[in-house]
Design a protein around this ligand. Structure first.
Ligand code: OFO
Length: 171
């Protein structure tokens, strides 16, 4: 069992992960619109990962005999001035999620909820990677310049190195 307060907090995080899914999908749509298919694929794959995160919270709440409560998902931003601005937004978003996960860890410690504490460790580690991979693309964008041939080459590189988005139900 989980406390009512923890149930609420985990449902908040479930909503935040669904919002992240929406945000990355919206970024993918932006890049599709600009015919930058490598960036679009990167964002699409990342949106799929966010759905996996959301479902981890969904399953965990159920396993602990809590009640999943799905709520409205805030509409994401739909336009950016450049690829760099989109990725900088993505990094800010990941830093925000890291802060949310850390608050959840604090709550699990306060409540001596060891099972939730253990469950959250995967997310603590994941956020380190999430921030790093977004920052890598930002550094590349700064290096090659945000327009012109450099952007085109980076787009092609991402296209070649991004695994295809998986439309199957996440595990
Ligand atoms: Fe991008 O890590 Fe979940 O939200």
């Amino acid at each position: 069992m989980i406390s009512k307060k923890m149930q609420q907090a985990l449902n908040d995080q479930l909503n935040a992960e669904l919002y992240a899914y929406y945000t990355y999908l919206s970024m993918s749509a932006y890049f599709e619109d600009h015919n930058l298919r490598g960036f679009a694929a990167w964002m699409r794959t990342h949106s799929d990962e966010e759905m996996v995160h959301a479902m981890k919270f969904y399953d965990f709440i159920n396993e602990r005999r809590g009640r999943v409560q799905l709520r409205a998902i805030e509409a994401p931003k739909t336009d950016w001035q450049s690829a760099l601005e989109a990725f900088e937004d993505a990094l800010k978003h990941e830093q925000h999620v890291t802060a949310l996960i850390n608050k959840l860890v604090d709550l699990s410690t306060e409540e001596s909820d060891y099972a939730t504490h253990s469950f959250l460790q995967w997310f603590v580690d994941e956020q380190v990677e999430e921030e790093a991979v977004v920052d890598d693309v930002i550094q590349d964008l700064k290096r090659v310049g945000d327009f012109g041939p450099g952007l085109f080459l980076l787009d092609r590189e991402l296209s070649a190195t991004t695994p295809a988005a998986d439309s199957e139900t996440p595990a």
